[in-house]
Design a protein around this ligand. Structure first.
Ligand code: FES
Length: 103
């Protein structure tokens, strides 16, 4: 098993308490955020047809894709109501005052 390499993407104070930011890492856009105490990071690409999810509309834990209206739970990554479709998870962690992801 390989240990993923993490790269710093945000200072902790830049991470929204209720929402996300899109960051670029090695040419990929990634949504990094938190809702309550739950941290998440997803590839910024809708699994339906590839829309950038950052332009979607968020309502609470749910994000609705701007292109065709699929909705995803930002904490689980599952599509609502069909969990067979899922966002691509990106490893994320907080270490000290820095947020890291691994691509
Ligand atoms: S690309 Fe997101 S719903 Fe179609």
């Amino acid at each position: 098993m390989t240990i993923p390499d993490f790269v710093p993407v945000l200072r902790l104070e830049e991470l929204p308490h209720d929402g996300f930011k899109a960051v670029e890492v090695e040419g990929r856009s990634i949504l990094v955020g938190r809702i309550g105490n739950q941290l998440f990071a997803w590839l910024d690409r809708c699994p339906h047809a590839g829309a950038p999810l950052r332009i979607g509309k968020r309502c609470g834990e749910e994000l609705t894709c701007a292109w065709h209206g699929w909705t995803f739970n930002l904490l689980t990554g599952s599509a609502v109501p069909d969990p067979a479709f899922h966002l691509t998870s990106i490893p994320v962690k907080i270490d000290g005052s820095q947020v890291f992801v691994s691509v």
